[in-house]
Design a protein around this ligand. Structure first.
Ligand code: 6PG
Length: 466
């Protein structure tokens, strides 16, 4: 085995913030020697207390590169954006052909593709590494989604497989999911789905709390019960904890939390990508818009028209509504990955994506096993609803979604994730949609032309009404 094929024995790590420090501890626990650099002295001393004494500390990118045996592997855990460009620029002169940089931040896949293109021909490779699972995942087992060449991956895979979460069958939730920026794109879509599922959970909470008048502890019990059935997932599990948590005075803590949700960009990027690739990932985009609605707090208070009242809805229907919205969010995300992959040629296997998401990541859920099967059933690249088992699951839960959406709409509750999920399913399962009418209008005002159902060709008509 030549040195350019051997797994890396030592790993360089730049950035020891929360995620970097916890990944470093995880790597150290699994026997990977580390050479590290952290610019911030407070963060560096926090990490120094926890990392093994054998860790080699350096003063900057060039020193770090010099302290590593060639060929080098260097994991960047720095804030996504310009900081990644700056670190790569300062590392570059100290690197050699065969070296591999891994970017473990939540990078925009377009930035990763740009950086990979800039390094092309230098013999230095950049792997975009999606890391999910938050602080705890990083420390004890994240899900890892890589994009890059087979050769570079083969050399970093042993160290990363060792620290990744394990699926119930024991396999590591860590894989090379395709070439180029595939890893960061899959992570972006993961986060888009995360936004959509969280929004559906928030709407479910709202309907239970205000529409059905349930107490926070009763809602916690409902989430806990649902978490033992088909909705079993990390997000439903923590939904029960969040709604039950009380402040020091015994009041529900949620009632004292400002109702404005933050966002760092990944949900937006997933939505931009859906628009760019022409994929109807409406529930993901609606979840981003729902955060934007939340951010317009002053407008909402000025325009407030009173609180919506009670609704008549069974908890079984609400559970089905949440299942249908969750399923819609995942299917839209997988369709988005397929569309991006068809355009970019990364070679992503959606079954592998579902398998990597089974443990460690925020989306971990029993549904992932069913999605992995569906990805195998659906023809290559086809929308996942073509998988018969998934479609039949959707048909089973759809009546509950209709009831929940009707109840919410009639009482005046905004439920954009649920409502968009229903419109998406109804649109995708209708052979003929009113786009004929849109074409008529487009041709009427702009001579945009249209195709006919009864003969080939492109047509313009006189739409004067007679
Ligand atoms: C994860 C999470 C993590 C984080 C995102 C989204 O997979 O561990 O997705 O990446 O939650 O940063 O954060 P925002 O909600 O702030 O956009």
């Amino acid at each position: 085995m030549s040195s350019s094929e051997r797994p890396f024995g030592v790993l360089g790590l730049i950035g020891l913030g929360t995620m970097g420090r916890n990944l470093a501890l995880n790597l150290a626990d699994h026997g990977t020697p580390l050479v590290v650099w952290e610019r911030d002295t407070a963060l560096a001393s926090l990490a120094r207390e926890a990392l093994p004494e054998t860790t080699i500390w350096t003063d900057g990118p060039a020193e770090l590169a010099a302290a590593l045996p060639a060929p080098r592997a260097i994991l960047l855990m720095v804030t996504a954006g310009p900081a990644v460009d700056a670190v790569i620029a300062s590392l570059h002169p100290a690197l050699e052909p065969g070296d591999v940089i891994l970017d473990g931040g939540n990078a925009d896949a377009r930035d990763t593709a740009r950086r990979q293109a800039a390094l092309a021909g230098s013999g230095i490779e950049l792997i975009g590494l999606g890391v999910s699972g938050g602080e705890e995942g990083a420390r004890f087992g994240p899900a890892l989604m890589a994009g890059g060449s087979h050769e570079a991956w083969a050399r970093v895979a042993p160290a990363l497989n060792a620290i990744a979460a394990r699926a119930p069958d024991g396999s590591p939730c860590c894989d090379r999911l395709g070439s180029g920026a595939a890893g960061h794109f899959v992570k972006t879509v993961h986060n888009g789905i995360e936004y959509a599922v969280m929004q559906a959970l928030a709407e479910t909470y709202d309907l239970m709390r205000h529409g059905l008048g349930l107490s926070p502890s009763a809602i916690g019990d409902v989430f806990e019960r649902w978490n033992t059935g088909p909705l079993q997932s990390y997000l439903v599990e923590i939904a029960a904890d969040v709604v039950r948590t009380r402040d020091a005075d015994g009041a529900p803590l949620l009632d004292k939390v400002v109702d404005q949700a933050g966002q760092k960009g990944t949900g937006r990027w997933a939505s931009f990508a859906a628009l760019d690739y022409g994929t109807p990932a409406a529930t993901i985009a609606e979840a981003v818009f729902a955060r934007a609605v939340s951010a317009h707090a002053e407008d909402r208070r000025a325009l407030a028209a009173g609180s919506p009242g009670s609704i008549s809805l069974g908890l079984d229907d609400l559970e089905r509504a949440l299942r249908a919205s969750t399923l819609a969010a995942f299917v839209q995300g997988f369709d988005l990955i397929a569309a991006a992959d068809a355009a970019e040629g990364w070679g992503v296997d959606r079954t592998a994506v579902a398998r990597v998401w089974r443990a460690g990541c925020i989306l971990r859920a029993s549904l992932l096993d069913r999605l992995a099967d569906a990805a195998g059933q659906a023809p290559d690249g086809a929308m996942l609803l073509h998988a018969p088992d998934l479609m039949s699951e959707m048909q089973d839960v759809l009546p509950g979604l209709r009831h929940a959406v009707s109840a919410a709409a009639l009482a005046g509750y905004a439920a954009p994730a649920m409502m968009s999920a229903l419109s998406w399913v109804d649109g995708m399962t209708r052979a003929r949609v009113p786009a004929d009418f849109l074409q008529g209008l487009r041709d009427r005002f702009g001579a945009h032309r249209f195709e006919r159902t009864d003969r080939p060709g492109s047509f313009h008509a006189d739409w004067s009404g007679s």
